[in-house]
Design a binder for this molecule. Structure first.
Ligand code: TYD
Ligand code: MG
Length: 454
C-alpha cells in the first residue's frame, strides 16, 4: 500500500498536507519537508486485533510497586537537576547547541555509573569509537567499564540491548542520527525521530533501563530539533551557555520525577566538566571594574540563591528607531521597564539604544530581576555608579511600585555570605530578621533613581 505524503516542519513537528516555505505553526522558514508517514510498526508488538479482544486488568492507586533505587550520577549538580538521580526505566532528553558539551557530560555520566558496577551502553552515531575513546582518555575515565559502539541503526541497537545482562543506562548520541528500516524517511526527519525514540522508550520501560538521548538544537531545518520528541520522554534537560565562556548550565525543562526549576552549574575545563557548587562566587568572579551600568542581582534558581551581574549600556541612537538588545533576559520585560522609567520616573530612553546583558551566560526569567535591571539602566543613563557592594531585587509594577518577591531570607543571606554590605529590596518584607547586611526597603522605583542620582 503506497503511503500518503505529508509535510512536516522539522522545527516544531507541525504536519500539513501541503508544502510551504514558512511553517504556519512556528513561523520558521524552509523547515518543511515531505515525509511518508507510515504507521509505525514496532518490532515485537502484538497485532492490534488480538489486543482489542481481551479487556484490561485494572489496578488501584493503592497498588504495590516494586521500587528500584535511582542511579547516582556521580555529579551532585546532575542529581539536583534530575530530582535525585536517574530513574530506572525513564527516558531523558539532553538538548543543546552543537559543541556545548553534551557528549562530554554524558561520557562522564556513563563512566560514573559504570564505575558503580552498573552495565552502561554508549551508542555513538556521530563519532567513531576511536574518537569517543580519545575523549574518554582526555576526561581520565579510560578505565571505566562502559560498553561502546558506533551505530545508528535502531534494530541493531535494540538487539544489542536485549542481549547479555540487562543494562542500567543506555546513551544515544545523538537521536538525530538514528534510523529504522520500518519507516521510509531520511535519518533526522520528524518521522524517523518519533519512530526510533518511541521504540527505545518502550524497550527502556520494559527492562527498567534508563535511556538518555542527545538532541542537537538546530537553527536550520535540515534535521528535526529535540522539540518534536519532548512530549515522549520523562525528563527534558537543556544544556546552555556561551561556547566561549567556561560556564555551562543544565536546566530541567520538564521532569516527571522531580522539580523543573533547578539548575546545575558546570565549568568546562581542559579535562572535562567540573561541577560548580557555589555558582554565585563563580558568576561574580570576573567583576573587577565597577563602572556605571552594572548591578548585582540576588536571584533564586530552583531552591538555590544565585547572585549575578546585570550590565546595561545606554547610548544615543543614530537611527530613528532605537535598538534594544537583550542577552539572558526577556525583551518584553525590558520594554515594560523602559516604559515605566519614562512614565513614572521621568527617565526618557526613547532616543537611546539600550543593551542589557546578564553576565556569565546564564538566562534569568524571574520578575524579581526588574529592580536590578532598572538600577543598571538608570546607572548607565546617568553615568553614576551604584552604591558600593550592594545587591538589588524586587518586582516592578506598571505604576512603578516595588512588589514583594519570595525567598527574601535566602537572597539576603547569600549576599551577606559573599561580602555585600547593602541590600535594596521591596518594603514590608519581614523574613529578613537575622542578617547583618543593611537592608534598604524600597516602595517605588523613583527612590532608586534618587539614590543613584545623588
Ligand atoms: P562536546 O561534548 O563534543 O559537545 P557536543 O556533544 O555538545 O557537541 O564538546 C564540545 C567542546 O568542549 C569542544 O569544543 C571541546 C570542549 N572540551 C573541553 O574544553 N574540555 C574537554 O575535556 C572536552 C572533552 C571537551
Ligand atoms: Mg556530541
Amino acid at each position: 500500500m503506497a503511503s500518503k505524503a505529508t509535510y512536516s516542519c522539522q522545527n516544531c513537528g507541525n504536519v500539513t498536507n501541503q508544502w510551504a516555505g514558512k511553517c504556519g505553526a512556528c513561523n520558521e522558514w524552509n523547515t518543511i519537508i515531505e515525509e511518508r508517514a507510515e504507521p509505525i510498526a514496532v518490532t515485537g508488538q502484538k497485532k492490534a486485533s488480538s489486543r482489542a479482544q481481551s479487556s484490561l486488568e485494572l489496578e488501584t492507586f493503592d497498588g504495590q510497586d516494586q521500587i528500584i533505587a535511582r542511579y547516582d550520577t556521580g555529579f551532585g549538580e546532575l542529581d539536583l537537576v534530575t530530582g535525585g538521580g536517574l530513574v530506572p526505566g525513564s527516558a531523558i532528553l539532553v538538548g543543546g547547541d552543537p559543541g556545548i558539551g553534551k557528549s562530554t557530560l554524558l561520557t562522564q555520566l556513563a563512566a560514573n555509573v559504570a564505575n558503580k558496577g552498573q552495565r552502561v551502553l554508549y551508542f555513538s552515531g556521530e563519532e567513531a569509537t576511536a574518537q569517543v575513546r580519545l575523549r574518554a582518555n582526555r576526561l581520565g575515565v579510560k578505565k571505566a567499564p562502559v560498553e561502546l559502539a558506533a551505530e545508528t541503526n535502531l534494530e541493531a541497537i535494540l538487539a544489542t540491548i536485549r542481549t547479555g545482562k540487562a543494562p542500567s543506562l543506555c546513551i544515544i548520541d545523538s537521536i538525530q542520527t538514528l534510523w529504522t528500516q520500518t519507516v521510509e524517511a531520511a535519518p533526522g526527519t520528524v518521522t524517523q525521530l518519533r519512530a526510533t525514540t518511541h521504540a527505545l522508550i518502550r524497550q527502556a520501560k520494559k527492562t527498567n533501563c534508563c535511556v538518555v538521548f542527545v538532541g542537537h538544537v538546530t537553527k536550520d531545518g535540515a534535521i528535526a530539533g529535540p522539540k518534536v520528541i519532548e512530549h515522549m520522554v520523562d525528563t527534558v534537560l537543556y544544556f546552555e551557555g556561551e561556547r566561549g565562556a567556561q560556564f555551562r548550565i543544565l536546566r530541567a525543562q520538564k521532569n516527571r520525577f522531580g522539580p523543573t526549576d533547578e539548575i546545575g552549574v558546570f565549568e568546562m575545563r581542559e579535562s572535562g566538566l567540573k561541577e560548580v557548587t557555589n555558582p554565585s562566587a563563580l558568576f561574580l568572579s570576573n567583576r573587577n571594574e565597577k563602572g556605571p551600568g552594572t548591578c548585582v542581582f540576588a536571584g533564586i534558581e530552583g531552591t538555590r540563591p544565585v547572585l549575578v551581574e546585570i550590565q546595561a549600556l545606554v547610548a544615543p541612537s543614530p537611527f530613528g528607531t532605537p535598538r534594544r538588545a537583550v542577552i539572558g533576559w526577556d525583551t518584553g520585560r525590558l520594554n515594560m521597564l523602559l516604559a515605566v522609567l519614562e512614565a513614572r520616573c521621568g527617565i526618557v530612553l526613547g532616543k537611546h539604544d539600550v543593551y542589557l546583558n546578564i553576565a556569565g551566560g546564564i538566562k534569568i526569567n524571574e520578575p524579581a530581576t526588574d529592580m536590578a535591571a532598572a538600577a543598571a539602566l538608570i546607572s548607565a543613563f546617568t553615568g553614576n555608579v551604584l552604591p558600593d557592594e550592594s545587591v538589588f531585587f524586587g518586582e516592578v509594577s506598571l505604576s512603578g511600585g516595588i512588589r514583594r518577591v519570595s525567598h527574601v531570607d535566602q537572597r539576603t543571606r547569600e549576599a551577606e555570605k559573599l561580602g555585600f554590605a547593602d541590600c535594596y529590596l521591596p518594603a514590608n518584607t519581614s523574613e529578613n530578621t537575622n542578617v547583618t547586611i543593611r537592608c534598604h526597603p524600597i516602595t517605588h522605583l523613583s527612590q532608586i533613581v534618587k539614590i543613584i542620582s545623588t
